[in-house]
Design a protein around this ligand. Structure first.
Ligand code: SAM
Length: 357
């Protein structure tokens, strides 16, 4: 398995985080260079550096992060040999198939082994993954990866066409996942490979509805139950921290102050209009009445400026302890990947031991 040591050593696989959209796996090889958009790094300089470190570029411009591999990072960084499963689908399938420590799982095809790496971590050394791939070169590459990642005691990779030749195990798997173009051709074989002494689960990943319909028919014909289809779509939330919202009383106060500001503006405009008119008509307005209006306006102005100062103080010094998170849902939803068809296979009643009297 991947290194669990606190620092990076020669021969370790490291995930280099260059940007949010650019991650790269790197095998630390003394004497080699790592060329990046931020310049040339020497692998030797990474040895002994703690995992998770931020390393400045030799050019002084930019930086990278050196991360310990996880299945999630591996999915984001792996070399693509095929289309792959991404994290939202992987998480959902894992949960719906009830894959956990000790589970025995079958998958076909292996493809780029994105899903495989997550399953291997979930089942751990107490469980097992049987992975099937009919493309010889892809099977060889995946086997090579599993070997380098030290996972061969948890995964068995077989080069095989599961639609034609079925699976290599019988009555063994707790769950089975099919990511192949014609899953319906593998359903009868899948039924044989699943355990018969407990409820088992299957998932088929298909990009279009016609394929889903054929799969559902095949699942029905084979006696699977609880057939359900889902589509996983990502809706990003933009989360930010804001100061506490004002109470209803505070909000009402602020509205009153805003109203007072508007009133002040209106009185000023009236006074200005009267001054202009007086100039035109030759100062015919009673000067006492005018003074009274001016005094009134000045008082309102003074009160308002005090209130505005108070508000400014409130805003300038929010109580940071009471800040809370809010989220804005982005209108865009990430595009369709595939439909996920799940079904259960009920146990063979004769294989379930009768409850004690
Ligand atoms: N789930 C994989 C991942 O997350 O990386 C991607 C699987 S990829 C889309 C589908 C793979 O299934 C291809 O590599 C293909 O060669 C393989 N395949 C297609 N039909 C198959 C069959 N009948 N038996 C075994 N493998 C098959």
């Amino acid at each position: 398995m991947w290194s669990t040591a606190p620092t990076i050593a020669a021969g370790d696989l490291v995930i280099v985080w260059l940007t949010r959209d650019l991650l790269q796996p790197l095998l630390i090889t003394p004497g080699k260079d790592f060329n990046s958009r931020f310049g040339n790094y020497r692998h030797n300089d990474f040895i002994g550096v703690p995992y998770g470190s931020k390393v400045g570029a030799p050019t002084g411009k930019g930086f990278i992060h050196l991360l310990r591999p996880t299945p999630e990072l591996w999915t984001m960084a792996l070399p693509h040999r095929t289309q792959i499963l991404y994290l939202a689908d992987i998480a959902f399938i894992t949960s719906q198939l009830n894959i956990r420590r000790g589970s025995r799982v079958i998958e076909a095809g292996t493809g780029s082994a994105s899903f495989s790496h997550s399953v291997i971590r979930s089942v751990g050394s107490a469980g097992h993954l049987w992975s099937y791939e009919f493309h010889e070169a892809r099977a060889a590459k995946a086997r090579d990866e599993f070997t380098r990642h030290g996972m061969l005691d948890i995964v068995t990779l077989t080069h095989r066409n599961v639609c034609k030749d079925g699976f290599t195990v019988i009555d063994t798997a707790d769950s089975l996942f099919l990511d192949i173009p014609a899953p319906w051709d593998a359903i009868e074989h899948a039924k044989k490979a699943l355990r018969k002494d407990c409820i088992t689960r299957i998932c088929c990943f298909s990009p279009c509805m016609e394929q889903v319909l054929r799969t559902v028919s095949a699942l029905n014909d084979a006696g699977f139950t609880d057939i359900t289809m889902y589509e996983t779509l990502l809706r990003p939330h933009d989360v930010s921290q804001i100061p506490p919202l004002p109470s209803i009383d505070d909000a009402a106060d602020k509205l009153k102050r805003a109203e007072a500001r508007r009133e002040e503006k209106r009185l000023k405009q009236i006074a200005q209009g009267q001054r202009t008119k007086r100039k035109r008509d030759g100062d015919s307005v009673d000067p006492d009445e005018l003074d009274l209006k001016r005094a009134k306006t000045d008082k309102v102005t003074e009160e308002i400026s005090v209130q505005v100062d108070e508000i400014a103080q409130d805003l300038a010094a929010p109580n940071t302890n009471n800040r809370f998170s809010v989220s804005k849902v982005m209108s865009e939803v990430r595009g369709h990947t595939s439909y996920l068809t799940f079904a259960c296979l009920l146990p063979d009643i004769s294989l379930i031991s009768a409850p004690r009297a």
